[in-house]
Design a binder for this molecule. Structure first.
Ligand code: DX5
Ligand code: ZN
Length: 218
């Protein structure tokens, strides 16, 4: 299914009201729920451990996509699988054996994604395409919401789409996606668009209609 899907990142949600925020974005048209896991080591920020993800799970009726920005990643895969992730995405830069990491994710029965930082070339994941369900192209340096889109990544998206060929592999884009950049990434070949600030800005659980307007604008 290559229709464009919008995956709001709850990194930009109200941290005191995750359950309500998740239900609100789903009611307003979110296709997936994107959860950004940060370890203060692979990226300079800290977010959600497995117990937090487990607490989100009952509120998600769509598809919970867990983006692990952590290194090492292998020791935590089972914990995030048990917490209820539908897809687990690890970074190709997170360790010396990304092939093993994807095998470990698949072994949990979950969908598997592999992510590239802006400085990592498309070729780094070429040999992994038969072992994953999604490639995530970071269009900002991971760690924070609200950063500026890095345009040089458009060419990488197009190269990956060509490399993927007819394999059933999604291309997800994460970072600086808004109504201005979304058409560019879709044209380059991305089909799952993560957006944090562009979805949550101006809205709240008290006024969730704004989320719907923001999602439709992307
Ligand atoms: C960045 C995270 C993103 C972030 C995107 O490290 O992986 O998911 O929340 O936020 P925006 O859409 O505001 O750039
Ligand atoms: Zn993310």
């Amino acid at each position: 299914d290559r229709r464009i899907k919008i995956a709001p990142s709850i990194l930009s949600a109200d941290f005191a009201n995750f359950g309500q925020e998740i239900r609100a974005i789903e009611a307003e048209g979110a296709d997936w729920v994107h959860v950004d896991v940060m370890d203060g080591h692979f990226v300079p920020n800290l977010t959600f451990g497995p117990p937090a993800v487990k607490a989100f799970r009952p509120h998600v009726t769509s598809f919970m996509d867990v983006h692990l920005m952590i290194a090492p990643v292998d020791p935590y895969i089972e914990a995030y699988a048990e917490a209820g992730a539908d897809m687990i995405t690890a970074h190709v830069e997170a360790g010396p054996h990304p092939h093993r990491t994807l095998q470990a994710i698949r072994a949990t029965g979950k969908k598997a994604g592999i992510s590239l930082n802006p400085g990592t070339p498309a070729e780094a994941v070429e040999y992994l395409l038969d072992l994953c369900d999604m490639v995530l192209v970071m269009t900002v340096n991971p760690g924070f919401g609200g950063q500026k889109f890095i345009h040089s990544q458009l060419d990488k998206i197009a190269r990956l789409r060509a490399m993927i060929g007819d394999r059933p592999v999604h291309i997800q884009v994460d970072g600086g996606v808004d109504p201005g950049t979304a058409p560019l990434v879709a044209k380059a070949g991305a089909d799952v668009l993560v957006a944090g600030s562009a979805v949550f800005r101006g809205g709240s659980v008290a006024d969730p209609g704004v989320y719907g307007k923001n999602i439709r604008a992307i």
